[in-house]
Structures are given as structure tokens and as C-alpha cells.
Design a protein around this ligand. Structure first.
Ligand code: HEM
Length: 147
């Protein structure tokens, strides 16, 4: 169990990673609206996607750290339906992120249409991920309040 100060530090780490993850996802969503992407745009998108992956790992690590060393014992979360619903949302968002990552990696090779079609497809997958985020945040708030 944590002291209030170490719990606050873990919470700050978890929130920082989660806010960055959502910001990066939104940045990718806006960038994929580009109808005529340049090589530079594609390289930037690949970098953003890498940052997104790193943030997902950090959110997970911060979340697990809070389960182990946070203010509540693991048994508190294990008995929380909202916690498990949040884990399902996290897994769904993770699964939805595989395809856009693969599509973005493929933009390293040249394409006749300059990858405009690939970016449209990436944007659809990212839209689906963004739809799951409000639900995930709702479950996060509920789990923190004992649901
Ligand atoms: C994109 C993914 C995630 C987001 C956006 C997110 C967001 C949040 C937010 C906003 C809170 C604070 C809720 C509040 O105090 O009202 C929170 C708390 C928490 N999250 Fe996450 N989270 C994510 C993933 C995870 C994962 C994967 C885990 C565990 C493996 C996790 C474990 C926790 C724990 C233990 C708390 C503390 C709840 C409490 O105060 O009792 N989170 N999360």
C-alpha cells in the first residue's frame, strides 16, 4: 500500500501517460485527413504512432503500479465490475490499434496514390479507437468510486 504522496505520484504518471496517449491519437486523426500526404507527413505519422505505442505501455505500467502500490488493495479492484469493463475497453482499443500501425509501417514503401487511400483507412481505425475512449474514461471514474 502507498503513502498519500506516492499514490499521488503514481496517479500523476498514469494521468500524464493517458492524456498524452489521447492527444497523440487525436493528432494522428487530424493528420490522416491530409488528402495528399508528403513523405514528411508519413514519417511524422509513423513517429506519432511510435509515441502512441510507448504511451500505451506507460499507461499500462502506471495502471499496474497503482494496482500493486496504489491507495486501494488489489482485492478492491478485482471485485469492481467497472475495473474489468475498463480493462476490456483498454484491450479493445489496443486491438483496434494494430491495423493502423501495420498500415503506417507499410507507408515506408512507395505507392502509386502516395498512400492517400492508406491514410483514409488508418483514419477509420483511429476513429473507432477514439469512440472507445469516452467509455474507458467513464469506467475509470466509476472504478475510482467503488463501482
Ligand atoms: C487508455 C487507458 C487508460 C486511461 C485513459 C485511464 C484513465 C484513468 C483515469 C482518468 C483515472 C482516474 C479516475 C478518477 O480518479 O476519477 C484512472 C485511474 C486508475 N487507473 Fe486507469 N486508465 C487507463 C488504463 C489503465 C490500465 C490499463 C490500468 C491497469 C492495468 C489502470 C488502472 C488504474 C487504477 C488502479 C486507477 C486508480 C483508481 C482509484 O483511484 O482507485 N488504468 N485511470
Amino acid at each position: 500500500m502507498a503513502t498519500p504522496f506516492s499514490d499521488a505520484l503514481l496517479a500523476a504518471l498514469h494521468h500524464l501517460a493517458a492524456f498524452t496517449l489521447v492527444s497523440v491519437l487525436l493528432a494522428e486523426w487530424f493528420m490522416t485527413a491530409q488528402p495528399d500526404p508528403t513523405e514528411r507527413d508519413l514519417a511524422q505519422l509513423r513517429r506519432l504512432d511510435l509515441l502512441y505505442g510507448l504511451m500505451a505501455v506507460l499507461v499500462l505500467a502506471g495502471g499496474v503500479a497503482r494496482l500493486v502500490w496504489g491507495a486501494q488493495a488489489w482485492s478492491y479492484y478485482a471485485a469492481s465490475p467497472a475495473f474489468w469493463a475498463k480493462m476490456v475497453c483498454f484491450a479493445v482499443v489496443g486491438a483496434l490499434s494494430v491495423k493502423p500501425t501495420l498500415l503506417l509501417l507499410a507507408t515506408r514503401a512507395p505507392a502509386a496514390d502516395g498512400h492517400a487511400d492508406t491514410l483514409r483507412r488508418v483514419r477509420h481505425w483511429i476513429s473507432a479507437e477514439l469512440c472507445a475512449i469516452p467509455l474507458l474514461l467513464l469506467f475509470a471514474s466509476l472504478m475510482a468510486r467503488g463501482f
